[in-house]
Structure formats: C-alpha cells, structure tokens
Design a protein around this ligand. Sequence first.
Ligand SMILES: Nc1ncnc2c1ncn2[C@@H]1O[C@H](COP(=O)(O)OP(=O)(O)OP(=O)(O)O)[C@@H](O)[C@H]1O
Ligand SMILES: [Mg+2]
Length: 252
Amino acid sequence: MAAMFTVEHLKKSFETENGTIDVIDDLSLSLEEGRFLCIVGPSGCGKTTLLRILCGLDPPTSGTILINGSPPDPRKQKFGVIFQEESLLPWRNVFNNVKFGQEINKIGASDEIAKKYINLVGLEGFENYFPHQISGGMKKRVAIARALAVDPDIIMMDEPFADLDAQTRWILQKELLSIWSQLKKTAIFITHNVEEAVFLGQYVAVLSKRPAKLKTLINIDLPYPRSRLAAPFISYREKIIDLLREEIPSIS
Ligand SMILES: Nc1ncnc2c1ncn2[C@@H]1O[C@H](COP(=O)(O)OP(=O)(O)OP(=O)(O)O)[C@@H](O)[C@H]1O
Ligand SMILES: [Mg+2]
C-alpha cells in the first residue's frame, strides 16, 4: 500500500532572541493509509511543531513531507486537527462549533454532516448547549466531531485527552477507536501517556529529546480491543518507558 504520508530528513529551526534553535533535526517517518500512529516524546521535544508542519500551518526549514504524494497544503488536502489548547469557540453552541470546522476548511458547511458527526460522538440532544454548559469530556467529543465533519484525509490530534480524568479518558479512547475503525481515517495522535499510546496505536513513534528525531518506531502487534493488564501490553509499555527514560534520565 502506498504511504499516506512520508517525512524525510525533516528539519525545523526557529529564530529567537537567543539565536537559532533547532527543534526538529533529521526526522524521517512514514505511515500507510488508514493506520493509527501515536507519537510520544519528552515535553518540549517538538511534537506540536511536527504536527503543525504536517498539517501545513508551518513550513519546514528543510526536508520533504509528502501527503498522498504532495506537500501539505490546507487548500488542497483536508486535515482534521485537534490542537493541544482548548479550541472551542465559547460563543458558539455545540452545533455551530462543529460547523466552524467546515467553514474554515471552506468546504460548504453542511447541517446534515455536522449532525451526523455530533450523533457519532454521542452528543445528540446537546446541539444547542454552549461550551460552558458541557463537561470536559463532552468538549473533547465536540472537537472530535468538528475535526471529522470536514471529512479529513488525515485526523491529527495533539494530546486531546490530556486534561481529562482517567475514567473519561478511557471511555473516549474506546470511542475514538470505534470511530476510527468505522471511518478508516489515517490518524496521528500525540500523547504523553504511554499506556494511551499502546492502547490506541498500531504504531508508536518514540521521539528523542529536542531536537526531535525518530528514536524508534514500534509496531504494536496486538489485536483490538486491547487489555491493559495483558502481559504483552505491559511489555510494550515498559519498552517505551525505557526508551523515554534514555531521553529523560530524571524519570525513574
Ligand atoms: N514559534 C516558535 N518560535 C520559537 N520557538 C518555538 C516556536 N514554537 C515552538 N518553539 C520551541 O520549540 C520547542 C518544541 O515545542 P513544541 O511545542 O513542538 O514541543 P512539544 O513536544 O509539543 O511539547 P509538549 O510535550 O510540552 O507539548 C520548544 O522548545 C518551544 O519553545
Ligand atoms: Mg505539544
């Protein structure tokens, strides 16, 4: 199968008051269509920067990125992105937040499609609620529906569940897998939570400390649904924690 995206020798530097900082250096990675990739790496190593480059918001300093054979361009490809920061518009209700994704992607906002994804993430009946009237988990569901309502070629998520309690997080992880298996979208999911990465990903990319490069790409060869208590699950988790420990010696 053709690679859905390929990153080769990616480099990204920023000019700052203190000179040039290299955030990504010689990162190469590829993913086939329809796969679920999780990305883990030390805080500040360059994960969000990588995501911004992949969805065409920031240009690379050098290197090649191809998505279905072309450089990322939000005018030509459809990306469903969930950013690390809270991103719902407080003055729009659930329904109009979901439609906002379609509006900024300039793909003709469709009430029917917005409704379809609101139902898919389990928010039927909450269309008229405003962000301050719904829970943290529901807000994440809105963000997922908004990302999906543009019918993206790839869905990219930057620590979408980081600020949720453990139970809500587990529920949303299961729901996300169920949605992904129905829609067959290529998915990129950044997380700090190694257990979450092993639960969700077909692959887990472990990045090095800044400047980020691919340290190891692990194929999580476990069928879904996965049991967090199964011995192979725990051994993948430990392997990834060991790799991260090499990058962040202060974690014990
Ligand atoms: N526009 C910018 N100008 C200068 N430096 C930047 C810019 N954007 C990011 N950086 C720096 O690049 C590095 C990586 O940032 P990034 O947000 O990609 O890290 P991250 O891996 O997502 O971190 P976290 O896990 O905490 O979310 C940081 O040191 C950050 O200060
Ligand atoms: Mg980040």
